[in-house]
Design a binder for this molecule. Structure first.
Ligand SMILES: [Zn+2]
Length: 214
């Protein structure tokens, strides 16, 4: 099983990919973690990626593909399936990934899209509060507690700048612009599995499994 998971920020796709990973006994490939690990190991691709990051630039798609290729080769050799989170984010990245998988004769099984209505995402993300003292994160969908204090340590709660409404609306705009062509691409390739991100995690899982079995 070779899966990728897509979804807007705040869709809960991170949690869902962890559960899918457990239930289907897959390896999780999170591009952020892979990058950190390769840089720490000072591997050739890690060092290459670091050069761009040190300059404040994005790691080029070709370098990301090389890094992914290392892990994919390893899993293929071990006969393990995987779920890829954090890549691709654009259509050119998807095309490059599909080309690599084709060359490895290890085609993608499905692209899972966690679909959540935009208002829901905005509501989830803008209700996120962080404790100044212990950094705990709380979601208060019905508003802040009256004393505006952390229930764990009593510290003051505040909203991180990336949890503010304008920032979130902007992030969603960028997501939409990049992801719409990506979704269309997977749809055309008959690989898209859309699941609602609004049910509970168990029922979302069941939907994914049912759709994959088809
Ligand atoms: Zn606290």
């Amino acid at each position: 099983m070779r899966l990728i998971i897509l979804g807007p920020p705040g869709s809960g796709k991170g949690t869902q990919s962890d559960i899918i990973k457990e239930k289907m006994e897959l390896e999780k490939l999170s591009t952020g973690d892979l990058l950190r690990s390769e840089i720490n190991k000072e591997s050739p691709v890690g060092l290459e990626a670091k050069q761009f990051m040190d300059k404040g630039e994005l790691v080029p798609d070709a370098v990301m593909i090389d890094i992914l290729g290392i892990y994919i080769d390893k899993f293929e050799k071990e006969g393990k399936g995987y779920i890829l989170d954090g890549f691709p984010r654009t259509k050119p990245q998807a095309e490059a990934l599909m080309k690599m998988l084709k060359e490895k004769n290890a085609p993608l099984s499905a692209a899972i899209l966690v679909d959540v209505a935009e208002e829901k995402v905005i509501k989830r993300l803008t209700n996120r509060w962080t404790c100044k003292n212990c950094q705990a994160i709380f979601n208060y969908l019905d508003g802040l507690p009256k004393d505006e204090k952390c229930s764990k340590c009593g510290g003051k709660l505040y909203q991180r700048s990336d949890d503010k409404k304008e920032t979130i609306i902007n992030r969603l705009k960028v997501y939409k612009k990049n992801t719409e062509p990506l979704i269309e691409y997977f749809q055309q390739n008959d690989l898209l599995v859309t699941v609602s991100g609004e049910g509970n995690i168990e029922s979302i899982m069941e939907n994914i499994i049912k759709l994959l079995e088809k």
